[in-house]
Design a protein around this ligand. Structure first.
Ligand SMILES: CC(=O)N[C@H]1[C@@H](OP(=O)(O)OP(=O)(O)OC[C@H]2O[C@@H](n3ccc(=O)[nH]c3=O)[C@H](O)[C@@H]2O)O[C@H](CO)[C@@H](O)[C@@H]1O[C@H](C)C(=O)N[C@@H](C)C(=O)N[C@H](CCC(=O)O)C(=O)O
Ligand SMILES: Nc1ncnc2c1ncn2[C@@H]1O[C@H](COP(=O)(O)OP(=O)(O)OP(=O)(O)O)[C@@H](O)[C@H]1O
Ligand SMILES: N[C@H](CCC[C@H](N)C(=O)O)C(=O)O
Ligand SMILES: [Mg+2]
Length: 490
């Protein structure tokens, strides 16, 4: 069991005032008063739904060792230590890292940020490092991993306590490397504060999460703050072809590098062909065939290639391994039907840019006679502004569209669908049907598909549940699509 004196966790924390014992042993850290108990330090965070400060007194009654807060309660318990800070989320980042012995400093830790492609890049880099012979960890939307051991993920980037605990498990298991996704929520909420990164990768920045960040500019600033905080020992690798690629590295102390498919860059590829079997890229005068499909994946491959070379790996060996790798689960994953050879594609596209990329890719690789039938919905209690845009794109770039539910969460599915429908305009509206039940929507799409057509089921990718009113019910697009092909004899 970990037991450390409180003051040893505060080394990197900007403490404004302190009351009570400073050497009290801390055996646990929490951000949730419901986990309070003897030996525990409770960090009161101001959240989106409530304020952790409201629960300080109740938590102290359960015998807390310490409270970290931005505002002291009116009455202080003499047996409890109180630490006043300007930003408790920031303090928690530093304390969680110290509590777990700064595991990030014992790892070559690479973070990936951007609107789309984080899971793909982090997963590819993890697979690559494993094939190069390293013990390596992964923190991703799909799952966390220590070498091949899988630990379920609840967030794209876990909170600072879970995050450092996972990194510490990686160190204990002998990992030398770790790859992680850095979401904009994680930057804004200081989940990554206190970590030492060996490198940062930027994929792209497009429309998402405006519900949380308010404006696109705030969203951009959250992503950029990750690069601003990188040390000069790290590398900062950006996508030179993305409009926001250069600005990300504007104020970083890290070693800057770029990748591109269009112009001058440190890591440059030329697209030779984008085919149903994979991508042909020309890199450093050599033509290489990769198993990943779609130009967007050429960017992901170049980001991973660049990162590995910046970590000191041999370029030829890296490219040889990358050429054999497959992508992350639920990303452009095929499910082929029986007798009618219909190509089903499961994809996690849940932003306008991702959906456009996937549909564009299908247009590039299909035979002209193959129709594209798209099933898509938008998540509830998330950015509503993307709903009409995604429906519009789906209708414009598909032959038929079934609008359906994603994870409605606490919203009315009919209301989400009405917002999507509002984005569809004539003459595309003739192609669109609305089927709120996701299984029925997939079935409707398969009924519409003729031999050799393409059915794209977008938005949920690897997710094996559907979340309705706080309840997660088993639902897996891949399984449902395969079952539907079989049930309809297609
Ligand atoms: C919007 C958001 O990011 N919310 C996260 C946030 O919760 P919150 O701000 O709503 O917390 P709150 O309910 O207001 O409570 C404030 C504080 O009071 C505490 N509390 C609350 C009640 C109580 O009785 N006692 C108590 O101490 C809470 O533990 C919390 O620390 O802090 C929680 C603890 O770390 C997170 O679990 C929670 O993630 C929620 C579940 C979530 O859905 N987050 C998504 C949006 C998210 O983070 N997504 C990104 C990916 C985005 C991308 O794809 O790019 C991710 O990294 O996963
Ligand atoms: N580099 C890219 N540019 C644009 N779209 C991409 C790119 N890579 C993947 N996509 C699309 O975005 C979807 C999500 O990809 P991925 O899971 O890698 O992104 P992510 O950034 O991890 O998403 P999340 O924010 O949910 O964690 C894919 O299913 C694909 O449709
Ligand atoms: N990481 C993304 C996941 C969206 C997935 C989609 N299926 C949904 O539920 O909206 C987010 O938090 O916005
Ligand atoms: Mg992800």
């Amino acid at each position: 069991m970990i037991s450390l004196p409180l003051f040893s966790l505060l080394t990197d924390v900007n403490v404004l005032a302190q009351h009570g014992p400073t050497d009290v042993p801390i055996t646990g850290l929490t951000l949730d008063s419901r986990e309070a108990g003897p030996g525990v330090a409770f960090c009161a965070l101001r959240g989106t739904a409530t304020d952790g400060h409201k629960f300080i007194e109740g938590a102290v009654e359960k015998g807390l060792a310490a409270v970290i807060c931005e505002e002291l309660p009116a009455v202080l318990n003499p047996a409890t230590a109180y630490v006043l800070v300007a930003d408790s989320a920031e303090a928690l980042g530093h304390m969680a890292a110290a509590f777990h012995g700064h595991p990030s400093r014992q790892l070559t830790l690479v973070g990936v940020t951007g609107t789309n492609g984080k899971t793909t890049c982090a997963t590819l880099l993890h697979k690559l490092l494993r094939e190069l012979g390293y013990h390596a960890g992964l923190l991703s939307t799909v799952q966390n991993q220590i070498d091949e051991e899988v630990i379920p993920a609840t967030h794209t980037t876990p909170d600072a306590i879970r995050l450092n605990a996972l990194l510490a498990r990686m160190v204990a298991a002998g990992c030398t490397h770790a790859c992680m996704e850095v979401s904009s929520h994680a930057v804004a909420q200081h989940r990554i504060t206190g970590l030492r990164f060996a490198g940062g990768i930027f994929t792209n920045l497009t429309h998402d999460h405006l519900d949380y960040h308010g404006t696109f500019d705030n969203y951009l600033k959250a992503k950029k703050a990750f690069f601003d905080a990188l040390p000069k020992t790290a590398f900062a690798l950006t996508n030179a072809d993305d409009k926001r690629g250069p600005v990300m590295l504007q104020n970083t102390a890290a070693r800057r590098a770029t990748y591109s498919l269009r112009g001058a860059a440190d890591f440059r590829a030329k697209l030779v062909a984008n085919e149903v079997h994979g991508l042909h890229l020309e890199i450093d005068g050599r033509e290489i065939l990769f198993r990943l499909i779609g130009v967007f994946n050429a960017y992901n491959l170049m980001a991973v290639y660049g990162a590995a070379v910046l970590l000191g790996e041999d370029p030829t060996e890296v490219l040889t391994i990358l050429s054999g790798l497959t992508t992350a689960p639920g990303r452009f994953e095929p499910v082929v039907s029986g007798t009618q050879s219909i190509t089903g594609i499961i994809d996690y596209a849940h932003t306008p840019d991702a959906l456009e990329n996937v549909l564009q890719t299908l247009h590039e690789i299909r035979q002209p006679s193959q129709h594209i039938i798209t099933v898509v919905g938008c998540g509830g209690n998330r950015d509503a502004a993307k709903r009409p845009i995604m429906a519009n794109l789906a209708a414009r770039l598909s032959n038929k569209v079934i609008l359906t539910s994603d994870n409605p969460r606490f919203e009315d599915p009919a209301e989400i669908l009405a917002q999507m429908q509002a984005g569809v305009t004539a003459p595309d509206s003739a192609k669109v049907q609305t089927v709120p039940d996701r299984r029925a929507a997939i079935e409707a799409a398969v009924r519409l598909a003729g031999p050799h057509d393409i059915v794209l089921v977008a938005g949920k990718g690897h997710e094996n549940y559907q979340e309705i009113r706080g309840v997660k019910t088993s639902f897996d697009d891949k399984l449902v699509l395969a079952e539907t092909f079989a049930a309809l004899g297609k």
